[in-house]
Design a protein around this ligand. Sequence first.
Ligand SMILES: C[S@@+](CC[C@H](N)C(=O)[O-])C[C@H]1O[C@@H](n2cnc3c(N)ncnc32)[C@H](O)[C@@H]1O
Length: 233
Amino acid sequence: MNSAGWLSPSGGAVWHLRALRRRRYWAGFISHIGAWLESWQHRCSGLLLLGPSAGWCLPDRFLGSFSRIHAVDIDPVAPWVFGLLHGRTLRRSGTLLTWQRADLFAELEHLLQAYPEHAILFANVLGQRALHQCGPGVAEAELGALSLRLAGRRWASFHDRLSGHWPRDRPMPLPIRLAAAESAQALARRVSGSGEWCDHLTTHILPADWPRLILPWPIGPGRVHWIEAGYIV
Ligand SMILES: C[S@@+](CC[C@H](N)C(=O)[O-])C[C@H]1O[C@@H](n2cnc3c(N)ncnc32)[C@H](O)[C@@H]1O
């Protein structure tokens, strides 16, 4: 991982500039994520928000529904841009926001202990694990073990499953509801009959029997990320 977090493969300055340019283009995806977050019955007043960047895809309404949020990201710029995007809403809702610049994987045990009553949201961060320092085998095993470490907690994650080319003239499909886990191969067949997909090695993050939503995120012209979103019900 880039130690400064400024130019990491999944965040930092490049990510903020891209998000600023493309946020409107992402409007459909942001609204689907908003509706999904609204449907999450976590019953917690605090939120441990992991890898949120500046919250480009996180709705004010969801963030403002908490009385306390502790956010953790490696990106040093994230708190400042997050403040620009959401500060006003959080001041209005009286939400106390604290930040920690840290690697969530290294700090997870401490965080779970320090915030035992908080709901936990992995905010589109787990799909980039294989891009960072550890190799694919290590990343997949680590992600697959996460649900055991989180047993007994109210948690949710939305993360990349597949990414790749999408013809510019082809309309974005509607979200897909799945009752349980689906392999990367099965998901690739479902979303498109052809094309090469990058597998983000996130098949086993959510427990196999959790229902989930598969959302297309048109990240840029001609490219799509298929995002899986799920929470404990
Ligand atoms: C794709 S962005 C998240 C986008 C976010 N959901 C939004 O709405 O803007 C991924 C974020 O995860 C952060 N990140 C990546 N690996 C991390 C780690 N190991 N610990 C903490 N943050 C991490 C990056 O710095 C980046 O800000």
